[in-house]
Design a protein around this ligand. Structure first.
Ligand SMILES: [Ca+2]
Ligand SMILES: [Ca+2]
Length: 207
């Protein structure tokens, strides 16, 4: 009887150890930072996902941006840009960086079949997010979710400037203008938007 209890205890302890080993290094959605996916027709914007576990930043994590069929169909992908699954590996600080060449703003609450984009780290779902870009609308001012037609060119043009300016002026919140995903539309977003709008970043859309 005594040895049976001992054996049970040993098994239990082993189980607990195995569990804590599995948890160590596991990406924690609550500790990780996952902004909305930031894209630009020039591919200049850098989008960062920071993967953190209970032990701290996770080095070498495979970070995957998985666009739904609907979201991938709405984005204006530049010719040559890999999609709908985009991958990067985190560095020693837990940061996985992406330079995605594309246009289009996708508010995940406006797609027909959410989620729009799922972000995974080592296979663990970190967050469901949307997409923001300096190129948010088509020349007629329509968003992707409003049935935009960019005419085969992803571009940060006059219509985009017209679209973003009122929000930046008033400071009212607009999902598509909040490029840094911090919940407001302020000078930081204006600074991020200005070069692309000024230089008219553009690319040819993938066939
Ligand atoms: Ca545009
Ligand atoms: Ca902001």
């Amino acid at each position: 009887m005594g040895s049976k209890i001992l054996r049970t205890l040993v098994l239990l302890t082993t189980g607990v150890l195995a569990t804590s080993v599995a948890i160590a290094g596991t990406p924690d959605p609550n500790l990780s930072t996952v902004p909305n996916v930031l894209v630009s027709p020039s591919g200049i914007f850098t989008y960062n996902v920071t993967v953190v576990s209970s032990d701290g930043p996770v080095n070498g994590a495979l970070v995957q941006l998985s666009f739904s069929t609907e979201a991938a169909g709405l984005v204006c992908w530049c010719d040559g840009q890999t999609q709908p699954l985009i991958e990067s590996t985190s560095n020693a600080s837990g940061v996985a960086s992406f330079n995605i060449s594309a246009g289009g703003c996708i508010d995940p609450s406006l797609v027909s079949s959410p989620p729009a984009v799922e972000v995974f780290a080592n296979g663990f779902l970190l967050k469901e997010v949307g997409v923001v870009s300096v190129d948010s609308v088509d020349p007629a001012g329509l968003l992707p979710t409003q049935g935009w037609d960019n005419g085969g060119i992803c571009t940060a043009g006059l219509a985009d400037a017209t679209y973003h300016t009122p929000t930046l002026k008033s400071g009212a919140y607009n999902f598509c203008t909040d490029l840094d995903s911090d919940g407001d539309c302020d000078l930081d977003d204006a600074v991020a938007l200005t070069p692309g709008l000024k230089l008219g970043w553009s690319c040819t859309e993938a066939p």
